[in-house]
Design a protein around this ligand. Sequence first.
Ligand code: GLU
Length: 420
Amino acid sequence: MQKELLANPVFAMAAEQFDLVADFLQLPDDLRERCKWPKRLISVAVPIKLDNGVTQVFYGHRVQHHLTRGPVKGGLRFHPSVDLGEVAALAMWMNWKCALMDLPYGGGKGGIACDPRQMSRGELERLTRRFTMEMLPFISPEIDVMAPDMGTNEQTMAWMTDTYSARTGYLVPSIVTGKPIGMQGSAGRTLATGHGVAFLSTNALYKLGISIGSATAIVQGFGNVGSHTAKTLAAYGVKVTGISDASGALWNSCGIDVDALRVYVAEHGVVSGFPGADVIDPQEMLCQPCDVLAPAAMERAITKDIAALLQCRILAEGANGPTTPEADRIIDERGDIFVIPDILCNAGGVTVSYFEWVQNFQRFQWSENEVISKLETMLQKAFEKVTSFADRHKVSQRMAAQSIAVKTVADAKSLRGLFP
Ligand code: GLU
């Protein structure tokens, strides 16, 4: 069935993946229908005064895929490509991610169509606060808990907490996660997603019998996820030979000094111009030989043309939805690439968000060691669950991960029943 409201290539991709999983699980038609479609789609005008005195209306969206297993959880992104369909796809993937990780959440995602790089701090603060105001009827720590995503960060979460708490009259830290430590954020949250990508990559290297000390990696994206993935991989002893962002791609076959690049990017904002590496075409970079390729930027980066040319052993999906279904089919046919699918690979962020939410209710702070060791235990368990399902049923890692997740949601829906 077509739903015009959701017409978007990213939503079409999430829906196609879902249909394959529902077929594999032989999900009855009623459950298939209830699991697939998002529960709430909210779009709001967000008018703000720009620094030049002009008033501009931005559009913000929030999609709450399901509340069957608890409040919805997921990020808020500021990016020019944001629309309702893209947000709905990302909300659906968050739903499966939370279910796979056994977190007591449904999935949600939000976004505002804007270019945060072109906006001042004051404009971003006004945009964030006004969006939070518009969302007040639809959010609470028991309904919808947002977090950072592309183009947003812990400062965004601090403004959201303040705006929400100003209405209640007391601090409600559990309204969002990914807050600054000084505002009851969790130790380890900022690095959690990238740490998880790197940790799971080493699990996969181990499974394939490749020694970490001899392994090489290429990372697409150098935002929060990509930079922490590269940093952690390098700290484990993996040689990171390629790194890119929207400004261009870097190559150094002896290994890029990731810490030096992080310092460079903190100063210049982009990887381009970094003196410690050569320039390479960003698409070509993806197809160079390596052990781990980590796409950690936008969705649909690995197209069918790129999939045919990949020379990696492991595809570690740091981004949400980086591989198109056509590319998936090619990767499945090739059979020589071990995929760590997005809903597993980048689940470190939402898992530590869950820890943050729990700590906020407990009014207690865990140490970074405690957070990271609990995170690694949960990721390891999910990794084993997915690989053993894939081996047992002779299906791809993505099919395994999504099947476990969709079944968890479908079982919860069956238990709750259809009302009235
Ligand atoms: N935006 C992140 C994701 O896509 C984290 C969501 C969260 O922490 O709630 O998984």
